[in-house]
Design a binder for this molecule. Structure first.
Ligand code: SF4
Ligand code: SF4
Length: 472
């Protein structure tokens, strides 16, 4: 491609030369892939909206309570103590997305990203319903304010606000938990003014994103879109224009009836611009893969409809890799893909193993800072410790007590010897450990302590016990 042909990459399609926003009025998509995307979006929208309200073993299915540092993923509660599991899950997510992107480009953006789903399958469809298709939208935008324009704009903005408010509520259910959200709603907004203010701020952000910012999220704000340059290669399958077929020897040419395009050397692209008109990010896919393309497949459907009308084979724009178009090479499992897959399998194995080893009750016993040891009657050495027991389940752990597994000794709690740890709560206190000096092997001794619930060992932990050097 010559430098002149390539200069579309120097600017963003949605910004005019004077720096102002070029508003995109995409044509209403239709076709087989659009229908499939609709079904996928219904499932994902239901998942997104219902997830904070579904409970598994009393745990919210998905929750990201950043303020209290409590996270539930698929019904598994994670606490700050499980941070290592959270980090591994995040790394797996990143490797999975990288692997998927190397193989299938931005398929996630087009089919699964919440931004695309809400924008194209909710807000845009409401816009088509109220304002009409591309032509009607452009006319309405250009026309002076009239009764019709005021009615349409007011209705559209009001519905957009209501949907943004609903999304903000769902978002809050992810953040603070659905039980608390329902409680706040039942109590009324005047009882929780700060939450109501946060809710209105979230609503304003969603409204801004879906009513005005729109495709700019994908083009200039989303970091994932920016990563395409390093992740994609000639073997990645993306939404691509078959330039070999579309341009042939003499380039694209408008359709003329009874003309033998093959003999004249014209490509199959009839330069109808329908793929450009339907694009929600306002680009021309015939220029090649661009960072603005979210792989929404609207241009595939549109071009297929045109090809059908002019009796040419479908698939001029399709899911294909550059190598498939230029060298007719089919999809290959490249060494790069094999490498990502191996890393993914290893990390998933590590995570599954760690999940199985993870206890429902997390115990931490630490020596009280600044305290050494006490020499008591009968050659007994005593150390003082603090304990923290975190119950990660939604059921109380009853009748909890500690026993010294090794070496032999006695554990005395400052308060009750046996106690309950409430659901999703932290129990903390102070305890003394007393050991006969004869059982100690030096000034620093490793202890193994068992945590029991009703005589059943539920967790073991370790601690360091100090004694005088003379007992070495
Ligand atoms: S829709 Fe197909 S035929 Fe029409 S301009 Fe786009 S690529 Fe060419
Ligand atoms: S170029 Fe095609 S696939 Fe890419 S965003 Fe535009 S319409 Fe969607």
């Amino acid at each position: 491609m010559s430098q002149d042909q390539d200069n579309f990459r120097d600017s963003i399609g949605t910004i005019k030369e004077d720096g102002k926003r070029a508003w995109v009025f995409p044509k209403k998509p239709s076709g087989k892939l659009y229908e499939y995307r609709k079904y996928v979006s219904y499932v994902l929208l239901a998942f997104l909206i219902l997830s904070p309200f579904i409970k598994i073993n009393g745990n919210q299915f998905l929750m990201f309570n950043v303020l209290e540092r409590r996270f539930n993923i698929f019904g598994f509660p994670f606490y700050p103590q499980d941070f290592h599991l959270f980090v591994i899950s995040m790394i797996i997510g990143v490797v999975f997305i990288a692997l998927f992107t190397v193989a299938f480009g931005r398929i996630f953006c087009g089919w699964m990203c919440p931004q695309t789903i809400f924008m194209e399958m909710v807000f845009r469809r409401i816009e088509f319903w109220i304002d009409g298709d591309r032509g009607a939208q452009i006319r309405l935008d250009r026309q002076e304010w009239s009764a019709e324009k005021i009615r349409k704009r007011t209705l559209k903005w009001f519905i957009f606000f209501i949907i943004s408010f609903i999304i903000a509520n769902v978002f809050l259910a992810y953040l603070i938990g659905s039980d608390r959200l329902i409680q706040y709603i039942t109590d009324g907004p005047t009882q929780h003014v700060s939450t109501m203010v946060s809710l209105l701020i979230f609503t304003a952000v969603f409204y801004f994103v879906f009513a005005w910012f729109r495709e700019q999220v994908c083009i200039i704000a989303c970091p994932y879109g920016r990563m395409q340059g390093v992740l994609l290669d000639n073997k990645s399958i993306v939404v691509a224009y078959d330039h070999k077929r579309g341009e042939a020897e003499n380039g694209r040419k408008k359709w003329r009836k009874n003309e033998n395009r093959e003999e004249l050397g014209h490509g199959d692209c009839i330069d109808c611009f329908q793929c450009v008109n339907v694009c929600p990010t306002g680009i021309d896919i015939r220029n090649g893969t661009q960072l603005e393309c979210v792989n929404c497949t609207a241009c595939i459907d549109e071009c297929d409809t045109i090809m059908e009308k002019v009796n040419l084979p479908k698939g001029l724009i399709r899911y294909a890799s550059e190598d498939e178009i230029t060298k007719k090479e089919k999809f290959k499992f490249t060494p790069r893909l094999k490498g990502y897959t191996a890393v993914l399998i290893i990390l998933t194995g590590v995570l599954v193993g760690m999940m199985f080893l993870r206890n429902d009750l997390e115990a931490n016993i630490l020596r009280l800072p600044g305290q050494l040891y006490e020499h008591k009657e009968g050659n007994i050495i005593s150390n003082v410790f603090t304990y923290k027991l975190l119950n990660k389940t939604t059921k109380a752990v009853e009748d909890v007590h500690f026993e010294l597994i090794s070496p032999k000794g006695e554990i005395k709690l400052v308060r009750n010897d046996n106690f309950d740890v409430q659901p999703e709560a932290l129990a903390e206190g102070t305890l003394f450990i007393e050991i006969n000096a004869a059982a100690l092997s030096g000034d620093k001794n490793n202890l193994k302590i068992g945590v029991y619930s009703k005589d059943k060992l539920i967790e073991t932990t370790t601690a360091r016990f100090l004694a005088p050097r003379s007992y070495k």
